[in-house]
Design a protein around this ligand. Structure first.
Ligand code: PLP
Length: 428
């Protein structure tokens, strides 16, 4: 990669002096994030304000406990920071209780297990290769070894969640917890259907909205609030906050949730992260965030249309949200080969299994793309045909081993992206 320009190192003056080696890497990453088209659906660009909050002296403070009930003194400001984050979460999502301390999405989910199940209990979640998350009871995760994970999937004909299967498994297995939500689900999650099944079998329904929290906050995806007992979310995906997580619930579950996070699973909360979550939630409450959330979905739909027009197979035939899952089988290019070629073309995606994938998880048939990041940079639906064209040309170049074509695309991408400065990045 090119060396960071002077203006970039100037944006980290102390770091540049104290640790030039590390500062150079940060500068190179800033350049990479500026020059490339970032299509990983779980990633985003936080605002300069969110970024600043994560770099504050709040990180110097230990605060085990909750506001007004701490095990350390000196919480005059921290208590107010955490209360701000909690109150804003409650307002943005319309929930009775919010815990903003989980370190990330995986520990947040583990806290839900700790709150509502015993080791060895049965839990029902979506299988990882079908679009679920590791922490929904998949075998290689602690959640699939300490608990008895039973997994549902999607229908082979529609690639939509098979609610007959979910209901049958729930009745037969009587899970303590049912997880819904996922990491590669391009369609609207039917929280009402999950809620009905959970109530019938007396299970706790955890809606894991990590990917779609920003869409829900912005009114571009239905809310799980009327249907789920607990809502788990990361704060750093479509919600456009710092790396962190939240657990939200009805008031009746507040005690169990809080006790599971601390002292059940964690020690001191990351107060600088809490502060940045508060900032992100303030941004998410602004009218412009509704526009953002709807633009993310409009862009994903436009990108899906343009890819379909170029003969690409999309899992479920398209998208309702921010995410598109491309099955490359008919293009005869494995997902990993395509992902690596796209990366060389300045288009950053991840390879991904598709439902019923005949290939191995480390070498699957698909790539997963999404529009949260490009929408944060202000690209609109008018640009999506060009994005689809770049993807198509890159996949074709990968098939032919045409490195020159990838280099040409990389230049075109960098030129366009220069016209759409990313939030939070230093301007060159
Ligand atoms: C990203 C994600 C998580 C895990 O979040 P981490 O912060 O990476 O631990 C959990 N569940 C779902 C559905 C996710 O998409």
């Amino acid at each position: 990669m090119s060396q960071p320009r002077m203006s970039r190192s100037l944006s980290h003056p102390a770091l540049s002096v104290a640790d030039p080696e590390l500062a150079a890497l940060v500068g190179a990453e800033e350049q990479l994030q500026a020059d490339t088209l970032r299509l990983i659906p779980s990633e985003n660009y936080v605002s300069a304000a969110v970024l600043e909050a994560t770099g504050t002296v709040l990180q110097n403070k230990y605060s085990e406990g909750y506001a007004g009930r701490r095990y350390y003194e000196g919480q005059q400001n921290i208590d107010q920071v955490e209360t701000l984050a909690v109150e804003r979460a409650k307002a943005v999502f319309g929930v009775e209780h919010a815990n903003v301390q989980p370190y990330s999405g995986s520990p947040a989910n583990l806290a839900a297990y700790l709150a509502f199940a015993e080791p060895g209990d049965t839990v029902l979640g979506m299988a990882l290769p079908m679009g679920g998350h590791l922490t929904h009871g998949w075998g290689v995760s602690a959640t699939g070894t300490w608990f008895r994970g039973v997994q549902y999937g999607v229908r082979p004909d529609t690639a939509l969640i098979d609610f007959d299967e979910v209901r049958d498994l729930a009745r037969k297995e009587r899970p303590k917890i049912i997880f819904c939500g996922g990491t590669a689900v391009p369609r609207t999650i039917d929280f009402a259907a999950f809620g009905e099944i959970a109530r019938e079998v007396d299970a706790v329904l955890v809606a894991d909205i990590a990917h779609i929290a920003g869409l829900i906050a912005g009114g571009a995806h239905p809310s799980p609030v009327p249907h789920a007992d607990v809502i788990s979310t990361t704060t750093h995906k479509t919600l456009r906050g710092p790396r962190g997580a939240m657990l939200m619930s009805r008031a009746s579950h507040a005690k169990a949730v809080d006790k599971a996070v601390f002292p059940g699973l964690q020690g001191g909360p990351h107060n600088h992260t809490t502060a940045a979550i508060a900032v992100a939630l303030r941004e998410a409450a602004a009218p412009s965030f509704r526009d953002y959330a709807h633009a993310v979905v409009a862009n994903a739909k436009a990108l899906a249309e343009a890819l379909l027009a170029r003969g690409y197979d999309l899992v479920s035939g398209g998208t309702d949200n921010h995410l598109v899952l491309i099955d490359l089988t008919s293009k005869e290019v494995p997902g990993k080969v395509a992902a690596k070629a796209l990366d060389r073309a300045g288009i950053v995606v991840n390879y991904n299994t598709v439902p019923f994938d005949p290939r191995k998880p480390f070498d699957p048939s698909g790539i997963r793309i999404g529009t949260p990041s490009l929408t944060s940079r202000g690209l609109g639906t008018d640009r999506m045909p060009l994005v689809a064209e770049w993807i198509d040309r890159s996949v074709q170049a990968a098939a032919k081993g045409d490195e020159g074509a990838l280099t040409v695309i990389r230049g075109e991408v960098a030129e366009l992206m220069a016209a759409y400065p990313a939030p939070g990045l230093p301007t060159a």
